[in-house]
Write a protein that binds this ligand. Sequence first.
Ligand code: PLP
Length: 407
Amino acid sequence: MTPGMTLAPPPFDLERARRETPGCEEVLHFNNAGAALMPQPVLDATVGHLQLEARIGGYEAYDHARAAVERVYGATATLLGCAADEIAVVENATRAWDMAFYAVPLGPGDRVLTAVAEYASNYIAYLQVARRTGARIEAIPNDETGQLSVDALRRMADERVKLIAITHVPTNGGLVNPAAAVGRVARELGALYLLDACQSVGQMPLDVGALGCDMLSATGRKYLRGPRGTGLLYVRRGVLERLEPPFLDLHAAVWTAADRYEIRRDARRFENWEANVAGKVGLGVAIDYALGWGLDAIQARVRALADALRLRLAALPGVTVRDLGRERCGIVSFTVEGQTPEAIRERLARDRINVTVSSPRGTRLDMEARGLAGVVRASVHYYNSEAEVERFCAAVEASTARRPGEP
Ligand SMILES: Cc1ncc(COP(=O)(O)O)c(C=O)c1O
């Protein structure tokens, strides 16, 4: 190769991605931030395990599937750049996040810094813990682009900050918060850093070392394309033993004497015994499937499609794209003048087009600050096509042409 020349990335094999996604035949799915369409190998592995359970018994099926269950830990470690014993697999991202958050020791006067676009379930937990402990919850203001301001964070930082807990990609839009820059501040400060990566995992490369986080939570069903009812928690080895899980059972701890127990030393201290084994097997396959495509290639494809969608939507009369921030991802949020987001979603659903509506219930601080009662959330994945972007925009345009109140 001539010095200075770079190789162009290989073209994305869209035909294969769609062929391996049976749902592509059924729907135009722009609800990947809700739950993405599972690829065939994930479906086969999950259903296959359920069938085995039905045939030979659940415990016995587990004995057969041990290697496949263990794979989810190894695959996640590769995905996030950590060790397998720093991973817990739980029911969903909320439970993963809760197990980490409620383990952080907080007392009166301690400060927890969070983001404006924080997810409701996290914020409700902050309010509960603030009420119980006397800790203070403070939202780090956004900068002029609408992303978390790292300068504001630096100004707020002092020795009373015990935890920085932010959402990487909020539930209601394409914003990507500067998570690695936040991690650098957390390290300088010596505060714990919990990152809600529920919506970013699977659509962009994530490396916990580069992010500088101590804990990270994620879900299986969104951009990872895994089965529902699966979630992941990373806890850095250096902080594991300082964090006592809020709940313990005979899997998280061993009952060593009538009056004693010992908590596991690995991240599985945050799990509990009974689990959706088929979900774990399927999630392992989903993560390997994502790794097979490559997270850089996935991110490039998702970004290109989302950028095209934003551009096309912004050109439609009456449509306002609502995504904030310097860096944007596969989630595209918008409003249509004179139409409620719910009416748009229902009209699109009649054309077998899937989107969701985000309301202030999910991200109250952010939606209230922007005076938004709701947005339509269209979230693309790499298996979506340029033709789908065109069809989607034509359907939105047809909706905008309707008078308010017209079905
Ligand atoms: C930013 C964010 N965090 C957490 C969650 C919760 O994830 P789960 O439903 O897997 O608990 C969501 C779900 O939409 C989310 O958008």
